[in-house]
Write a protein of this length. Structure first.
Lengths: 338, 319
């Protein structure tokens, strides 16, 4: 029979290529938000070190945390920091490595789509359902000269659990005590008002279709689809447009603790965009497999230096230099094979 | 053993055929049938064991509470059960008359050359992926509803609580309509097959008695086929209860119980699809319990339907 021979040949062939390349596969899972950034990195890194191949599954931050705790992946990825309870479940110390930051932007559908300015409490009140009309004094007062219609504000939020919602609700909690006590922040919350739409594309599709609607999407998504974007008043009192620069500025002014678990919403700097968040890679401080651990450290060092330069063209905000240095120092402390 | 009515003198020339094949065949099909049962049991057990923590924490309260709050870990399934049942019933109300009428037209009235093209078109409708229908829903159906249909409904029927309230666009009605579009092909095709299988003698007898075309259809065809058509509707309902993607995209995803069909709603299947990937601990367990509830609702609705079918069939025999 030809078939078994063919199969044997194929099998041998596979073995040969595998041993000739001696390729190491690093598996990771988690956040969907940085997926385009990470896949670019993995692509580029294949040219730097052809011996390593990355396999990343963007299954969501929750899944990434679960899998790194269960040690079914070599690294996890998350848009929110792990809770103390979850860290305690892990068999070893898990490091948070911030990689890039992104922003959540407010987009809308108004006649002629004028540029509008909003502050945090107003956004919170709109999402709480206490401001219901576009020509409400709270909005009109911040936008002198802008024609605002006397129509209902149709609030659109994400219906799927997402890191974007986490950043947005975290911000609302910081600027509105009512939001903090009655709704709170999470990847999904009990929304007091509005419609739920699935994914960035669902929210923006809904807003595009509905006159008078108002919602939030990721900066990357808004920038690539040329959506109207509101300027947001930051903690220093300035109205700021979301750009990779204003997000990096927010990162530079945020208080970052030594374990790198931090929230950077409502950051104090004069040019900081207030609704932004960082995303993390999760790795064990003690790497079990010496060879994989060594390669992991090399990759992280590359990502935090060369990799950061690739962020802005993809509309992700790179880390400011001072923070990069702190993270690199932490990466160098990872114990390989112990 | 030779049959009794044959004379014993005759010696069979051939060996009787082996029964082995029959036995193997019977055991094989039994196994296949048992697989379905085992699968259902395994799925049910898995859902139950995945939601133990949530069942323990909330108990019966889970089914009657309207609170869905991932921040404070408080979960209740009532708005989702409501949304699933209402959107499915709405879909049936829209789809059943359309589908059954189409099936009757195709078997009784349509010119022969037209039948096959229409049947093919309907089958093509069934082949459209759910997510594509959902996109069409967002970009075509919902804007059309919001601009053209809902305001007119509200103007002339606004006195009825079903058509009250703010018009958002995505709403329970949109959800019901998109499900209706998805179950029309199933109900139509199955009903058509059943109508085709009604014996010609049945029709001819009615014609011979001087019945008009409508009377023939009503007395001879429909009463003969109604059991089967009911079965077709149940098949459609099963699909409607579990439909996820397209509904999620047009229903508005708001866990609330509102009398108005213009208000956004939420279904059991949608909340699982939306929130599963980021959930953990009690939150995840509650989503598992939502799955268990959906599983039970589907089974209950099917049992109920079979019960109705039995009473229904009994009535037919008595006539």
């Amino acid at each position: 029979m030809i078939l078994p021979k063919l199969m044997a040949g194929l099998f041998a062939g596979c073995l040969l290529t595998a041993s000739a390349m001696a390729q190491l596969t690093m598996t990771g899972a988690g956040a969907t938000f940085p997926y385009p950034m990470y896949s670019k990195w993995f692509d580029e890194y294949a040219k730097v070190d052809p011996a390593v191949r990355f396999n990343y599954q963007s299954i969501g931050s929750g899944g990434g945390q679960k899998q790194i705790i269960a040690q079914t992946v070599d690294f996890g990825a998350s848009d929110g920091p792990m809770s103390d309870a979850n860290l305690a479940k892990a068999p070893g110390k898990i490091l948070h490595i911030p990689t890039v930051a992104g922003a959540v932007v407010m987009t809308y559908n108004l006649p002629g789509n004028p540029a509008i300015k909003l502050d945090g409490p107003t956004i919170a009140n709109i999402f709480l359902g206490t401001i219901t009309k576009w020509n409400d004094p709270a909005i009109a007062g911040q936008n002198p000269g802008v024609q605002l219609p006397d129509s209902d504000i149709i609030v659109v939020h994400r219906s799927d659990g997402s890191g974007t919602t986490y950043i947005f609700t975290d911000y609302l909690g910081k600027v509105s005590p009512t939001w903090k006590s009655s709704v709170g922040s999470n990847t999904a919350v009990r929304w007091p008002a509005g419609l739920g739409a699935k994914g960035n594309e669902g929210v923006s599709g809904q807003i595009e279709q509905t006159p008078g609607s108002f919602g939030y999407v990721e900066l990357i998504y808004a920038a690539q689809n040329k959506l109207p974007i509101a300027q947001i008043k930051n903690a220093a009192g300035n109205y700021v447009s979301p750009t990779t620069d204003s997000v990096t500025a927010a990162l530079a002014s945020a208080q970052v603790p030594d374990d790198f678990r931090f929230s950077m919403t409502n950051a104090p700097g004069a040019t900081s965009y207030p609704i932004s968040g960082v995303t993390w890679l999760l790795v064990y401080h003690k790497q079990q497999d010496a060879e994989k651990g060594k390669k992991m450290v090399e990759f992280l060092q590359w990502a935090l230096t060369k990799g950061e330069d690739m962020a802005a063209p993809l509309d992700y905000a790179p880390l400011p230099q001072a923070l990069r240095d702190r993270v690199l120092k932490r990466i160098s402390e990872i114990q390989v094979g112990g | 053993m030779p049959p009794r009515d044959k004379p014993p003198a005759v010696v069979p020339r051939m060996k009787p055929p082996s029964r082995l094949g029959d036995q193997v065949f019977s055991i094989f099909t039994l196994c296949m049938a048992a697989t379905v049962l085992v699968l259902i049991l395994v799925v049910g057990w898995q859902l139950w064991s995945g939601s133990r923590m949530s069942i323990h924490q909330f108990g019966f309260h889970f089914l009657v509470s309207s609170d869905w709050d991932p921040v404070n870990d408080n979960y209740g399934a009532l708005p989702f059960i409501f949304g699933t049942l209402v959107s499915s019933v709405l879909a049936l109300v829209i789809a059943v008359p359309l589908s059954v009428a189409t099936a009757i037209y195709l078997t009784e009235l349509a010119p022969l050359w037209l039948r096959q093209p229409i049947v093919s078109l309907i089958e093509m409708l069934a082949a459209i992926p759910s997510v594509i229908l959902g996109l069409w829903g967002i970009f075509v159906m919902v804007p059309w509803l919001r601009v053209e249909v809902l305001p007119i409904l509200q103007r002339y029927m606004g006195w009825c609580p079903l058509f009250h309230g703010t018009i958002y666009g995505p709403c329970m009605l949109a959800g019901g309509m998109i499900i209706a579009i998805m179950i029309i092909p199933i109900i139509t095709s199955v009903s058509r097959e059943i109508l085709v299988s009604v014996p010609h003698l049945q029709r001819e007898a009615a014609y011979a008695l001087g019945a008009t075309r409508w009377e023939v259809t009503r007395i001879a065809v429909l009463s003969y086929a109604k059991r089967g058509i009911f079965g077709a509707i149940i098949l459609g309902l099963g699909r409607a209860l579990g439909e996820t993607m397209a509904v999620t995209m047009v229903i508005g995803n708001t866990p609330q119980i509102s009398a108005s069909l213009f208000a956004p709603g939420y279904t059991l299947a949608s909340v699982i699809a939306n929130e599963f990937s980021e959930a953990s601990d009690l939150y995840l367990q509650s989503l598992f319990e939502i799955g268990l509830v959906l599983f039970c609702v589907t089974i209950l609705v099917n049992l109920l339907a079979q019960l109705i079918l039995k009473t229904f069939a009994g009535a037919t025999v008595k006539q």
